[in-house]
Design a protein around this ligand. Structure first.
Ligand code: SAH
Length: 268
C-alpha cells in the first residue's frame, strides 16, 4: 500500500486525521480520497457525509464514533484509546472528521493522546464549515468595503450561557462566524446588542451548507432568531454576523435543488 507513488506506507500503524469538508463530497481533498481508498479502518463522526464513505473499500472496517451534541456515541477518551489500539495493531487508520479537524474538531486533543503513546500521525486539512458555507451561500467572509477581519467562535452554551468575548465580537468592519450556535442563537443576538452591536446588524444562518438540503435565512440581530425558528432550521447550522451578509442577495449562486439529492450528513 502506498500514500503516493514515491512514499510507501510504513509497516507500523499510523493515524491519518482527515478533514471531510462541510458536506459536498466534491470538496474533499485528493489526499483525503487517496487515504480513504487505502485505509484499513475508518473511524468517522456524525458530520461526515454518507457519500464520502463510498470511497472506503468494502474490505475496510468502519467504526462510527458519533458526536452529536449531548449524544456522544463514544466518549472522547474511548475514541483516543481506540485509535491508539488500532494503530498499535499496525493498521492504517483514517480518523475522519467533518470540516477541518483543527477547527472545533477536537483534532488537537486526539493527536495529543496519540503523541503521548508514540503513535505516528498525519493531518489532512478539510474545508471548514465557515469556508464552505461562505462560498455556497455567496457571503464572502471578508470584503474591502465591509470587513477587514473575521473571527470564528463557538456558540455552544455551557451552563446555559455562552462564555464569549462579547466586546471583541461586536467590533465594526468584522465578520463573526459562529459554529454550534443554533441552540443559543436568541441569547447570542441579545448579548451582542447588549454589548453595543446595532440591532440592525445583518445575520445569516445557514443550514447544511453545500448540500442539497442547504437553507439560508437572513435577518438582523433583532429578528434572526424568530426567522430561524419560523423556518424550522435544524442542525448543523452556521451563523454569520456582519455587513457581508448583505452580499448574499447579490452573490448567491448555489441552487440546492440542482445539487446531488442523496441523503446527507447524518450517518446512522
Ligand atoms: N470541524 C468542523 C466543525 C465541527 S463543530 C469544521 O471545521 O467545519 C460542528 C459545527 O460546525 C456545527 O454545529 C455547525 O455550526 C458547523 N457545521 C459543520 N458543517 C456544516 C454545514 N455543512 N453547514 C452549516 N454548518 C456546519
Amino acid at each position: 500500500m502506498k500514500t503516493s507513488d514515491s512514499q510507501p506506507y510504513q509497516a507500523a500503524g499510523r493515524v491519518f486525521l482527515v478533514g471531510a469538508g462541510p458536506g459536498d463530497p466534491e470538496l474533499l481533498t485528493l489526499r483525503a480520497v487517496r487515504l480513504l481508498q487505502r485505509a484499513d479502518v475508518v473511524v468517522y463522526d456524525n458530520l461526515v457525509p454518507i457519500q464520502i464513505m463510498d470511497f472506503v473499500p468494502p474490505s475496510a472496517e468502519r467504526i462510527y464514533a458519533g458526536k452529536r451534541r449531548n449524544e456522544h456515541t463514544m466518549r472522547q477518551e474511548q475514541i483516543n484509546t481506540l485509535l491508539i489500539k488500532l494503530a498499535s495493531e499496525g493498521k492504517q487508520v483514517v480518523r475522519l472528521k467533518g470540516g477541518d479537524p483543527f477547527i472545533f474538531g477536537r483534532g488537537g486533543e486526539e493527536l495529543q493522546a496519540l503523541a503521548a503513546h508514540g503513535v505516528a500521525f498525519e493531518v489532512i486539512p478539510g474545508v471548514t464549515a465557515a469556508s464552505g458555507v461562505s462560498s455556497y451561500s455567496g457571503i464572502p467572509l471578508t470584503h474591502r468595503d465591509y470587513a477587514q477581519s473575521c473571527v470564528f467562535v463557538t456558540g455552544h452554551l455551557k451552563n446555559g450561557t455562552a462564555d464569549l468575548d462579547w466586546p471583541c465580537m461586536v467590533r465594526p468592519n468584522q465578520t463573526v462566524v459562529i459554529y454550534m450556535g443554533l441552540g443559543g442563537l436568541a441569547e447570542i443576538c441579545r448579548e451582542l446588542v447588549l454589548h453595543g452591536a446595532p440591532a440592525t446588524r445583518p445575520v445569516a444562518v445557514v443550514q447544511e451548507g453545500s448540500l442539497a438540503t442547504q437553507k439560508v435565512v437572513t435577518g438582523t440581530l433583532a429578528d434572526i432568531a424568530e426567522r430561524v425558528s419560523h423556518a424550522k432550521l435544524k442542525s448543523p447550522c452556521l451563523t454569520i454576523v456582519g455587513e457581508v451578509v448583505n452580499l448574499h442577495h447579490e452573490l448567491a449562486w448555489f441552487n440546492p435543488q440542482t445539487a446531488c439529492q442523496e441523503p446527507r450528513l447524518a450517518v446512522v
